[in-house]
Design a binder for this molecule. Sequence first.
Ligand SMILES: N[C@@H](CCC(=O)N[C@@H](CS)C(=O)NCC(=O)O)C(=O)O
Length: 111
Amino acid sequence: SNPSQAQFHRMSVKQLVEDAITSNKITIFSKTWCPYSKKAKALLTSEFPDTKTVIYELDEREDGDDIQAYLFQKTGQRTVPNIFVNQKHIGGNDDTQAAFKNGTLTQLVKA
Ligand SMILES: N[C@@H](CCC(=O)N[C@@H](CS)C(=O)NCC(=O)O)C(=O)O
């Protein structure tokens, strides 16, 4: 059957998200004004400065809402930041800080 325009659009957002996760060790979906995003970005960029990282600021992109909707479909998480390390969904800032404290984040980065 013929996918609708909307489905084509969603496919390209899916491609963008999946390519980001596959091509980077750390992928952060963020909003510039969000304090939780700021904390997560600060932790990850300061602790792992030499690790391949990409940050998508959803509030600065026309497709930001579509990316957020796809991330909800993929992860069940509606909020930003939404973070992946070594292809694995970590969660938001709280989850990221906890995973750093208990060592699992560093294990995933080094893996
Ligand atoms: N407990 C979450 C809180 C995240 C959160 O509340 N993010 C807000 C922005 S600061 C959000 O995504 N609100 C809904 C939206 O912007 O669409 C975390 O640690 O990441």
